[in-house]
Design a protein around this ligand. Structure first.
Ligand code: GAP
Length: 470
């Protein structure tokens, strides 16, 4: 598996991801997507939206504002429950998540070696004096405060006055907008259960211990679905919510596989009872084997009727569904597949990365699924030449109408192929001197490196067949 350092360095070098405000020393755990990153991220969101919203008769989408009414967060339980226990070092003032301190390597000034400084692996005692960590893992000197609950929502003020009445929050999840818009969407679209509302957009969490590149940041994007079912229905002899929960887990897993994540890097993880969020009856994570080890890629929760009931209570509005057959009002249950765009991008990047030796030279290649690849085609004239370059530029301009197309006529052809391999471009098209005679080009496949001669007339069809609907 590729290391995180290798990915971070590739992302910076080739314009996928930069540290936010880097020239000022960076902003804590915020990241900027560069020219290739924004394409890759856009492709992930577009394919997800197409597959889960546009291609399904039972799904619709919304795009809600990030700032919501502050009561939303009282009703949802986020004000009370969206907290992490944190401890502070009394000496260096660093802050840690109480439940993660023991998983950190720790600094120790060992009395058995005249106070020499050691960095000891997580959970292990000192090899010289057998002491275990009691102080700050970072500075090794300060005592840690008792754990205190820390709310992860970013507070802000609506309007020109900074007073308590104007306090609101940046949304920590996109989900709540689907609940507060339930009635609007139901009525305007005349939907029948079961149906889902999807949204992709930014969320914000003031994580105590962000890190590991874009895996955990303070500003990130989510792609969430709230799938409403009638809890009185049964499907295949099971309660509808339980049936749909398993169905969504399987569909999401299949989606990640379809776009390139390998089976051996995916697993399901059932949440223990004491780990469940305050709203959840059952949650299953789809974990991915990231360069940092197995970690959550997305979660699929059965949120029951918790959210609709809470918002009905706090808003005073009825948030129910009229079941025509049974002639009764029912508060739907909700199954929630919740994915992180940035984590998905990191997983696709890690799984696509390969290093190979080709004719004694190292080749780095990103084997992205063609629909995810940021650049689909590169047009490369064999050499910079008064006849070849214009011909190649015209071809690139024609292909650009349909696909994100690169043009590169600098340096040797072999180096240009390597540059395209490293950003995952599925096809390179070489315009050579024969092209001027036979109106054909050489198409090179990124994965097999096989080359094929294709007539310019047939090129668009050839690529469309291989690149998919894009
Ligand atoms: N509405 C439910 C919800 O938000 P979550 O498990 O807290 O559930 C869903 O978040 C997904 O959002 C996670 O599986 C992860 O992919 C992504 N995510 C959550 N916190 C994140 C963070 N700080 N940075 C990047 N992605 C994050």
């Amino acid at each position: 598996m590729v290391s995180m350092d290798t990915l971070v360095s590739l992302c910076k070098r080739r314009g996928f991801v930069f540290q936010s405000s880097e020239i000022y020393g960076g902003t804590g755990s915020c990241w900027d997507y560069g020219p290739l990153g924004v394409e890759l991220k856009g492709n992930i969101k577009r394919v997800w939206w197409r597959d889960f919203v546009q291609r399904r008769p039972d799904m619709v989408g919304i795009d809600a504002s990030i700032l919501m009414h502050p009561t939303v967060w009282k009703a949802s339980g986020h004000l009370e429950n969206f907290t992490d226990p944190m401890v502070d070092c009394r000496e260096c003032k660093l802050r840690f998540r109480a439940d993660q301190v023991d998983a950190l390597p720790w600094t120790h000034f060992c009395p058995a070696t005249k106070g020499n400084k050691f960095t000891i692996p997580p959970g292990e005692p000192c090899g010289h004096c057998a002491a275990r960590r009691t102080l700050c893992p970072d500075c090794g000197k300060g005592e840690l405060t008792p754990p205190r609950q820390f709310n992860l929502m970013f507070k802000t003020f609506m309007g020109p006055v900074e007073e308590d009445a104007a306090v609101t929050y940046l949304r920590p999840e996109t989900a709540q907008a689907m609940f507060v818009n339930f009635e609007n969407v139901l009525q305007s679209m005349r939907l029948k259960l079961p149906f889902g509302i999807a949204q992709a957009g930014r969320s914000f969490r003031n994580e105590i211990t962000p890190g590991n590149f874009i895996f955990r940041s303070r500003e990130f994007e989510q792609m969430e679905i709230e799938y409403f079912v009638n809890p009185h229905d049964r499907v295949e002899d099971r309660p509808a919510d339980e049936y749909w929960h398993d169905r969504w887990i399987a569909d999401c897993l299949a989606w990640f596989r379809r776009y390139g994540l390998r089976d051996e890097n995916l697993r399901l993880r059932e949440h223990d009872r004491d780990e469940l969020s305050h709203y959840s009856k059952r949650t299953v994570d789809i974990d991915y084997r990231f360069p940092i080890g197995w970690s959550e890629l997305m979660g699929v929760a059965n949120r029951t009727d918790f959210d609709l009931k809470q918002h009905a209570k706090w808003s005073g509005k009825s948030l129910s569904y009229f079941d025509e057959e049974r002639k009764e009002h029912v508060v739907p249950y909700v199954v929630e597949p919740a994915a992180g765009v940035d984590r998905a991008l990191l997983a696709f990047l890690a799984d696509a990365y390969a290093e190979e030796e080709v004719r004694g030279e190292k080749r780095v290649v990103l084997r992205f699924h063609p629909e995810l690849a940021p650049v689909k085609v590169a047009v490369l004239p064999l050499s910079r030449n008064a006849d070849l370059s214009p011909k190649a530029r015209d071809l690139a301009a024609a292909l650009r109408k349909r696909w994100n197309t690169d043009f590169d006529d600098a340096s040797a052809i072999g180096r240009r192929y390597r540059r395209q391999d490293e950003i995952g471009t599925p096809y390179c098209i070489t315009v050579d001197f024969d092209t001027l005679e036979d109106q054909a080009v050489t198409v090179r496949d990124r994965d097999t490196m096989q080359q094929e001669r294709v007539g310019i007339d047939a090129l668009e069809g050839y690529l469309a067949e291989r690149l998919g609907p894009c």
